[in-house]
Design a protein around this ligand. Structure first.
Ligand SMILES: [Zn+2]
Length: 172
């Protein structure tokens, strides 16, 4: 599956239940987050469903950490990598790179603490998922509304353009 991912897979909108799941994730409600993301995963037929599965496994990883379940966290995080690593930096307006980096930092700390001290984990290390669900971009040169097509965002006023892979312009 992962090798078949194309830019077009990332050009659509985010499933509404995945948006709900990410909002709950950002509120630290990891169990409810996992339920919504699972509903999005079941409902979605395209390859993007595997990104939702990856995000839901990060939610479950964090849930295990809050419950002091070291082995569960390590196991589910390992699984999540399969579903999160092949997407680009940004997919459907979701900052996948940031999620990967945040989860990696969380797991470095979990590994450092180890099984005995996982209760000391500082939940401030759980960082929010970032996304741009409206996918409306404002031109940084002239302020006009830009349009997105196939991962290219173009300003109709001044011709300014950028690519989906150009992360900083998406999330400043
Ligand atoms: Zn412009």
């Amino acid at each position: 599956m992962p090798q078949e991912i194309t830019l077009e897979d990332c050009a659509g909108t985010i499933h509404p239940k995945a948006i709900e799941g990410m909002k709950l994730f950002n509120e630290g409600k990891f169990f409810d987050s996992h339920e919504e993301l699972e509903a999005a995963w079941r409902d979605e037929t395209g390859s993007i469903r595997d990104l939702y599965r990856g995000i839901l496994q990060v939610a479950v990883t964090y849930l295990h950490i809050t419950r002091g379940n070291y082995d569960g966290a390590v196991k589910v995080y390992g699984r999540s990598l399969k579903w999160t690593q092949f997407w680009g930096d940004v997919c459907r307006g979701i900052n996948v790179k940031k999620l990967r980096d945040d989860a990696e930092r969380v797991m470095q700390e979990v590994t450092r603490l180890g099984k005995e001290r996982i209760a000391e984990f500082d939940t401030a290390l759980f960082k929010p998922i970032q996304w741009n669900e409206k996918r409306v971009w404002t031109c940084d040169r002239c302020g006009a509304q830009m349009y997105e097509k196939n991962c290219k965002v173009t300003c109709p006023n001044c011709g300014n353009r950028f690519d989906c892979s150009d992360l900083n312009l998406y999330f400043d």
